[in-house]
Design a protein. Structure first.
Length: 339
């Protein structure tokens, strides 16, 4: 149904407008009596073999929705009905920001990818908190960043603000210093500023009565030496894990006409590189910390490659767009067969 009718129709229109349209349809459809139950019945696949205990948290299955899809925590309850084991919201910043000028989202149909230069568009962390107060049973990750106008030397303050605001309403945190769409943000991945940022958040976390897992989301474009620095920092600061990877600036072997648009590339062109980064981190760290694999997961085989490389959980974004909501169920069914 999705491949034959829904996707061809949606792909006729601007992708950002389609995103908002899809949100409206899902929200309104879920309000129809019995519809949420039917969606869960059709798309959710539960089995004891799918359960994962990671970071001290229990995930009902290891397939999550990556950050960027539900930035403002507007639809996490409805999206969870499609079978996700967890939902990551954000990236959130202290203050509302509109992001980069439109048009800023591009489909690469021939490559099954997406280029975005959204620029952390969100309504601000405090608005998301208002919605998260209604959460009952969805496992939520909070992806946090800095506002565009905040200079890097004061970036720590933005991350602290988001951390404090979200603390009581998310199950884990993700420190995003790897988006290519906020000027100079990736400079925070350098060893000195990254160590300072993570150590500050770790200290603040340890002072809490019930600390939360803190993860670092990294770019796929880091060199091996930079990845070794990441390993050293994580071991030194003792945060809880890594999300590998964010979008890439690489444009190697692309066929689509939109391939030269500025922004971060996701989808199938990222599949191999993100898997390679996972494998490198696992091998060079001696599997010292858990990794959530994200990047180019469209099929069960893509997901299995991430797990075989050493990931303990995976996330979808572009694969969810191209393959439809049934992709989650297909991956979970394949995982049961391969346990």
């Amino acid at each position: 149904m999705y491949q034959l009718f829904v996707k061809p129709f949606l792909f006729l229109f601007d992708p950002e407008k389609v995103h908002h349209f899809s949100f409206a349809v899902i929200r309104l459809g879920s309000k129809i009596p019995g519809m949420a139950f039917l969606i869960r019945k059709f798309y959710c696949h539960e089995h004891p073999k799918l359960e994962r205990n990671v970071f001290g948290l229990t995930f009902k299955n290891p397939v999550g929705l990556a950050a960027g899809f539900d930035k403002d925590a507007k639809l996490y309850k409805e999206l969870s009905n499609f079978g996700f084991g967890f939902i990551e919201i954000g990236t959130l910043t202290p203050k509302r920001q509109d992001g980069n000028p439109k048009k800023r989202l591009f489909r690469l149909k021939e490559d099954q990818g997406i280029i975005n230069r959204m620029g952390f568009n969100n309504e601000g962390v405090d608005q998301a908190v208002k919605r998260l107060k209604n959460n009952r049973n969805v496992l939520i990750g909070g992806n946090i960043g800095k506002n565009k106008i905040t200079p890097n030397e004061k970036a720590v303050d933005d991350y602290i603000y988001c951390f404090d605001a979200l603390f009581d309403y998310v199950d884990y945190f993700v420190v995003n210093v790897s988006s290519p769409n906020t000027p100079n943000l990736r400079e925070l991945q350098d060893k000195e500023p990254l160590t300072k940022l993570l150590a500050t958040l770790k200290k603040r976390n340890d002072q809490r009565k019930n600390s939360k897992p803190i993860l670092l989301k990294i770019a796929p474009d880091l060199s091996n030496d930079q990845l070794l620095d990441i390993i050293a920092i994580i071991k030194e600061v003792k945060i809880d894990g890594v999300i590998a990877t964010n979008t890439t600036l690489s444009r190697e072997s692309l066929q689509s006409s939109a391939k030269n648009e500025m922004g971060g590339l996701s989808g199938l062109p990222l599949t191999q590189r993100s898997t390679d980064v996972i494998r490198f981190l696992v091998e060079k760290s001696n599997n010292a910390f858990p990794i959530i694999g994200v990047g180019g997961i469209h099929t069960p085989e893509d997901a299995l490659e991430k797990f075989n490389a050493g990931a303990v959980l995976v996330q979808l974004y572009t694969g969810f767009v191209y393959e439809g909501p049934a992709a989650v169920k297909r991956i979970n069914k394949a995982l049961i067969k391969n346990v």
